[in-house]
Design a protein around this ligand. Sequence first.
Ligand code: TXA
Ligand code: MG
Length: 321
Amino acid sequence: MEQTECLAADDAGIARAAEILAAGGLVAFPTETVYGLGGDARKDATTARIFDAKGRPRFNPLISHLPDLEAAERYALFDARARAVAEKFWPGPLTLVLPQREGAGLSPLATAGLATVALRVPAHPVARALLQAFGGPLAAPSANPSGRVSPTRAGHVLAGLSGRIAAVLDGGACAVGVESTILGLDGDQPRLLRPGGVPLEALQEALGQEVLIGPGAGADDKRPNAPGQLSSHYAPGAMVRLGARGAETGEILIGFGPVKGDLTLSAAGDLVEAAAQLFHILREADLLAGPGGRIAFAPVPETGLGRAINDRLSRAAAPRG
Ligand code: TXA
Ligand code: MG
């Protein structure tokens, strides 16, 4: 156990965080999607500690975070298509899976030994300041114990990882609230590997090409060639039921739009608001439901950010393996 420092997201806090990272320590930091558990992506011992702190299987590779496209190009091969989406959506909630540039120096633990690498340039000002101060690639999975609900506030990080990481930078609540969209650009056809903060429709429009859904052949539950794709994930303590128009006895109902609940993702039926609230509400509902309790969610449309919301909800509802 170590004492986890809670750092204010000011110049002193960011300088302290960069110092811990330079010494090989782990610091959770805010991004616009969720809080990340950051460590130097070039160091084997540090990336190994990220897996240990989360209890994450080592075959599940990490996203490396960079301050800008130029820095990202040191670690991966960008074709014209990749450069076009990077220029359009970075900084922002998009991760690109690209062929790795050989000998670029990322730890093979960070990439789980794959020939590809997942890269993201986050937009959150605290994440950007930290990347500038640190001056290297930060491997950062979501800052939660593996398989649990992702953190969108510093308090969520501490609830799951206090005593297992050196520090958390407190940047308040994350604005997007669901993880980045992961786009695979390592083959002929672009693939949506995880729906997230950039809607599929926006990617399709920018690429002017159809985006295939899912990882394609070769992926399975034990060895995901793709993102976050272990089927039971985001698991709260309570059982979760989806598509509910009303509560059954003993259920905590989470509403959306016209379906009123004990809590609501968005009374106005706004998908952006619903995504921003999703993980916090899932935690609140879990507390209200109590151990062995039950949570029901109203239906959410499968468009825009609704795709990412429904993906996370169906994993929260999946049988626990
Ligand atoms: O919004 C986000 O993406 C957050 C913030 C912190 O940036 N990070 C995040 O990381 O969600 P994580 O580790 O929870 O999810 C990253 C996913 C993993 O499920 C992994 O399977 C996938 O990215 N991934 C990483 N490298 C990959 C690769 N080379 N090919 C395919 N998938 C990859
Ligand atoms: Mg995660």
